[in-house]
Ligand binder design. Structure first.
Ligand SMILES: Cc1ncc(C[n+]2csc(CCOP(=O)(O)OP(=O)(O)O)c2C)c(N)n1
Ligand SMILES: [Mg+2]
Length: 437
């Protein structure tokens, strides 16, 4: 049966007894120097300084020794009359709903931002939904997610209600951080969303710490049922930062239950990934640290999901971390303040034609999994959820001024608390001599 979703590859770490191995041409998954839009990294950005003969990435000896397929042809679990499908109808509807929720929510964010309802920077996720949905919908509530400033959709996929995310974006007291975090700092203890982080790379050590906690609970505190997994999401540009390497090392050393999910959208603001990185194939850094490294088409939710199943399963079984590089693309500028004039229109069109929501829809139609009526019903439901979230956020109160210093200091007797145990900002004289806003 024809499928829009072909196989993807996983690279296993090198056996430690082997020294170095040159990657053979037939094992080559992709040539990082190719600018062919069908190749890995479909960026139309040219690498002017590197010729294919003198490329450092070709000269470098690779530590990758084996390639095996992850996605196997599958028998449909429930209905034998539809063989070899990657999902059941129920799974397909769940994935579709989550991606439509992410897309429609973000489209509404853009509207609200331009109407002045949100402040500061707002970074949207349009185009990257298959990564969030493909990974997070496989998690249990106890599992953790750590995100970046592009965090609204991760929060929604993890189950934080749209009302709470929209209110947070509006800076209202009913937001998931009571209006104190805003767009870039979504957090929910209840849903184990351990934060969006504005500084790039900052979330990776937090995620590594969360994974360490799970392992410590299981192995030292003997909480046998603690098999919690942490997903750390971050971008391609962030992979050039030190925390990334330090955390890969620790996670591999201690076999932590974590998956490092790189959302390689080819750009770090206006810097092309191909120009900024000595070796653009990020997945290769996994085997360098002794963990599997996987490259997957991040515009294809079903492929992402298959890779995610393997990686999350590995972590849950106590077999250690995995590095997954999802090749994806953002359909909007870096933030809503970015006029997006740097990226080549051909590149945008190339990825635009691979919209992950349309691809899933096509797969489900081609395989008679759903009807147009069923999908329309989902879209209508999501429209209502989003309308409701905006009305809720708009009608919600601003946080009180007394909340200003809450959660700023870990020590409750710190600067924000007076000798009487009350927040100093509750003192009527607190604002004396300061500007009133
Ligand atoms: C430590 C730090 N340095 C610089 C910045 C400024 N900055 C904001 S976004 C960004 C690019 C990040 O790109 P990438 O990791 O690819 O994520 P994307 O925005 O593409 O999702 C940079 C450098 C920052 N936020 N934090
Ligand atoms: Mg990027």
């Amino acid at each position: 049966m024809a499928s829009a979703f072909s196989t993807i590859k996983i690279i296993q770490p090198l056996s430690f007894t082997t020294t170095t191995t040159t990657r053979s041409p037939e094992k080559s998954l992709f040539d990082p120097l190719k600018t062919n839009p069908n190749s890995f990294l479909g960026s139309t950005h040219k690498l002017r300084l590197l010729s294919s003969k003198s490329s450092p990435s070709q000269n470098r000896r690779s530590s990758v020794s084996a390639v095996s397929e992850v996605v196997k042809e599958k028998k449909l679990k429930s209905n034998s009359s539809l063989p070899n499908l990657l999902i059941t109808k129920e799974e397909g509807l769940q994935l579709y709903e989550d991606m439509v929720l992410g897309r429609a929510f973000e489209d509404m964010c853009a509207q609200m931002y331009y109407r002045g309802k949100m402040f500061g920077f707002v970074h949207l996720y349009n185009g990257q939904e298959a990564v969030s949905t493909g990974f997070i919908k496989l998690l249990k509530k106890e599992d953790s997610v750590v995100s970046t400033y592009r965090d609204h959709v991760h929060a929604l996929s993890k189950g934080v209600p749209a009302r709470e995310v929209m209110s947070e974006l509006f800076g209202k007291a009913t937001g998931c951080c009571r209006g104190q975090g805003g767009s870039m700092h979504m957090f929910s203890k209840e849903h184990n969303l351990l934060g969006g982080f504005a500084f790039i790379g900052e979330g990776i050590p937090v995620a590594t710490g969360a994974a360490f906690t799970s392992k410590y609970k299981r192995e030292v505190l003997k909480e046998a049922d603690c098999d919690h997994v942490t997903l750390a999401f971050f971008g391609d540009g962030t992979c050039n930062n030190g925390q990334f390497f330090e955390c890969l090392n620790m996670a591999a050393l201690w076999k932590l239950p974590i998956v490092f999910v790189v959302e390689n959208n080819l750009w770090a603001i206006g810097m092309s990934h191909l120009r900024a990185t000595s070796d653009p194939e990020i997945w290769k850094k996994g085997p360098a640290f002794g963990m599997p490294g996987v490259h997957v088409d991040g515009m294809d939710v079903l492929k992402v999901r298959e890779v995610a199943k393997e990686a999350i399963g590995r972590a849950r079984r106590g077999e250690g971390p995995t590095l997954v590089e999802c090749e994806t693309y953002r359909f909007r500028g870096h933030s809503l303040a970015d006029p997006d004039e740097l990226r080549n229109p051909d590149e945008k069109a190339h990825y635009g034609a691979r919209d992950p929501i349309k691809a899933l829809k096509k797969y489900m139609f081609d395989n008679n999994l759903v009807t147009e009526v069923e999908l329309k019903a989902i879209e209508k439901k999501i429209d209502e959820v989003i309308e409701d979230s905006v009305e809720f956020a708009d009608a919600s109160p601003q946080p009180p001024r007394s909340q200003l210093l809450e959660n700023v200091f870990a020590d409750p007797k710190g600067f924000g608390i007076g000798p009487d145990g009350k927040y100093r900002c509750e003192d009527p004289k607190f604002t004396q001599g300061t500007a009133h806003v």
